[in-house]
Design a binder for this molecule. Structure first.
Ligand code: ADP
Length: 405
């Protein structure tokens, strides 16, 4: 069975075509800058034997999602590079959808009603849900006979109890606008926790895990017995940790105070909180953590402050979530920063003996790829688990198909 997983971002998407039985990637790629002259699709064929990238083909001049998806079909079925003869060989297409709110706590088959709801929920995640809605509507046109499945980032967090997801606002706002914590990055947190449990050969039911997804967006999740019980992102992906350009948590009165002082509209304030804050806003340098870490190591005080603020916040979540779960078996790192930045992991895990967490300095500094344990022998488990949201999406699509067929 072949499943195509599409992971849509703001103006980009990543995809992987899987052979589900062999658990193998047949082709993968990404399309960036949609709607811009610089738009391209980079398509990598996988070597069947080694699973490594064999050849990357780049195509430019794509203006819309429809152009990009039509090009993807051409690349997948190309006489020379093609991996399939006909798109009907694809059994299903799985889509990552960021916001499913309280409508979807499980993956669903996409029909007109679901497509319409995804668009409606864009109110709660404008950039991501609108992009997903566009990609889904193009796919419904292009891949007419192929079942399409929506896998929601919020669904994994639907097990968070009400006392953890409610805010201390008048209850009427929850009733009127469904204002509550939803949490995000659920597909990634679910993938890394399942992968860890497979690797150590222990059932998820008996594990208390804290998963740190640190990328451009950052979140920490407490996973008790395989269920998300707390997470750092909230009503939107703005809450919690510092991020590339997002502020993370702050005292809400700061928002109204700055708006008043600077005469800002809610749209302008939204832009500042989402696009001009976090690593970029604090350091004035960049949103990319590599730039910040390098600057911090080279003595830039603001960059150093950013890194210290971030590791301090992550530590607070680890302590809080260990208390919420009344225990901890494993701390997992994933995402571009979590997987690659030894420096960030070092600061986060420093002085955590109280929790029996001790990084092995040598293992932490190694630059190997793949899943690996980086804690000392007597420490609780600390692992790096590279995320693979596309695999999780494909697996969920396959499970749904087998349940309904
Ligand atoms: P997204 O959340 O958009 O999927 P990623 O998970 O790719 O983003 O993470 C992007 C972040 O990862 C950037 O801040 C980048 O600097 C960081 N990153 C990527 N590679 C490295 C590396 N080798 N060392 C340190 N940070 C890295």
């Amino acid at each position: 069975m072949k499943i195509l997983a599409i992971n849509t971002g703001g103006s980009s998407f990543k995809y992987q075509l899987f052979d589900m039985e062999a658990e193998r990637v047949l082709a993968k790629g990404n399309c960036e800058n949609i709607g811009d002259e610089k738009c391209f699709i980079a398509h990598t064929l996988k070597d069947i034997k080694t699973g490594c990238g064999k050849e990357t083909i780049k195509r430019h001049g794509l203006k819309t999602y429809t152009d990009a998806l039509k090009m993807l079909v051409l690349l997948l079925t190309d006489k020379k590079y093609g991996i399939i003869n006909d798109i009907d060989e694809i059994a299903a297409i799985g889509h990552r959808v960021v916001q499913g709110a309280d409508l979807y706590s499980k993956p669903v088959l996409i029909n007109e009603e679901v497509a319409c709801n995804i668009k409606k929920l864009a109110d709660l995640a404008p950039v991501h849900n609108l992009a997903s809605a566009s990609v889904i509507s193009c796919c419904l046109e292009i891949f007419r006979r192929i079942p399409e499945v929506a896998v929601f980032d919020t669904a994994f967090h639907s097990t968070i109890p009400d006392y953890a997801y409610m805010f201390g606002l008048p209850y009427r706002y929850y009733e009127k606008y469904k204002i509550r914590k939803y949490g995000f990055h659920g597909i990634s947190h679910q993938y890394v926790s399942q992968k860890y449990s497979d690797l150590v050969g222990k059932s998820l039911k008996e594990l208390k895990i804290i998963s740190c997804h640190l990328g451009n967006g950052c979140s920490v999740t407490a996973i008790d017995g395989g269920r998300s019980v707390e997470t750092s992102m909230g009503f939107t992906p703005l809450d919690g940790l510092l991020m590339g350009t997002r502020s993370g948590s702050l005292d809400p009165s700061v928002v109204t105070y700055v708006m008043k002082k600077e005469g800002l509209s809610s749209e302008q304030m939204d832009e500042i909180l989402n696009k001009e804050s976090g690593y970029l806003g604090l350091s004035g340098l960049a949103s990319d953590s590599r730039v910040i870490v390098d600057a911090a190591i080279n003595g830039n005080e603001l960059a150093n402050l950013v890194i210290k603020m971030q590791s301090h916040r992550i530590k607070k979540y680890i302590g809080g979530y260990a208390a919420v779960m009344n225990g901890l078996d494993a701390l997992l790192f994933t995402g571009g920063i979590g997987e690659n930045s030894y420096f960030t992991r070092k600061l986060v895990c420093a002085d955590m003996d109280f929790f029996s967490l001790q990084l092995d300095k040598k293992l932490n500094a190694e630059t190997n790829e793949g899943c690996r344990r980086i804690s000392e022998k007597d420490s609780k488990d600390i692992w790096i688990i590279p995320t693979n949201e596309e695999w999780m999406i494909a697996k969920e699509a396959k499970n749904l198909l087998s349940r309904i067929s």
